[in-house]
Design a protein around this ligand. Sequence first.
Ligand SMILES: *Cc1c(COP(=O)(O)O)cnc(C)c1O
Length: 233
Amino acid sequence: MSDSLQARLEVTEERIRLACRKAGYDRTKVTLLAVTKGQSSETISHAHHLNLNEFGENRVQELLSKNSSLAKEKIFPKWHFLGHLQKNKVKDIVGTVDILHTLDSTDLVTILHKRRKYLKDQGEIPTSASPMQCFIQVNVTEENHKSGVRLNNFDQLLETARKSDELSIVGLMVMAPYDKDANKSRPLFSKIRRLAELNELPQLSMGMSQDFEIAIEEGATIIRLGTTLFGER
Ligand SMILES: *Cc1c(COP(=O)(O)O)cnc(C)c1O
């Protein structure tokens, strides 16, 4: 089991390297985010010993419980939140989550901003702490069930978010619909890259197990991999 994680990591690393070379990018341009939803704290601890230190979760309670287990082992990873963030859960994640990939509404901006200010007033976050890094999740396919901001609300969200000194909008995040043919994700990725460039946003969180090589070719700076590292959930 543990050996298989190491083997999968090596294979994945080689695929990332090849995709970077093909696209003419330096390997250091792309961050590998290990998506650990459904995986145990033991697995995360093992991944940590294989030099992975950035983990993504999509449920608040699951993230918090793994965070406490790992803290007991003196493991303090960089946590990324990837799920839809409900407003009433904001209070639970600020201070623990380092990077939010799913900012998708102006209400969320307001609540995150207030919570950070409050925790600073309480002395729970140092006043000198840098702003919370956020990606705006974009819903390009306009499917109702998908989270993310619709394109027609994007400009307003970005403008509002940029006014908050508690948040730093670092880039855009997108999820491509599943398709056996990863090339089908390419137009979506390239559209998101152009939107990011237009708005001078340096980072792109895109690419999952199904399509990360295409995402790298289209400019991803952070790929989010679960299955390809840990096996089927
Ligand atoms: C689960 C998940 C991933 C990883 O998916 P895999 O197909 O297992 O690589 C990436 N991003 C988000 C937002 C997820 O929820």
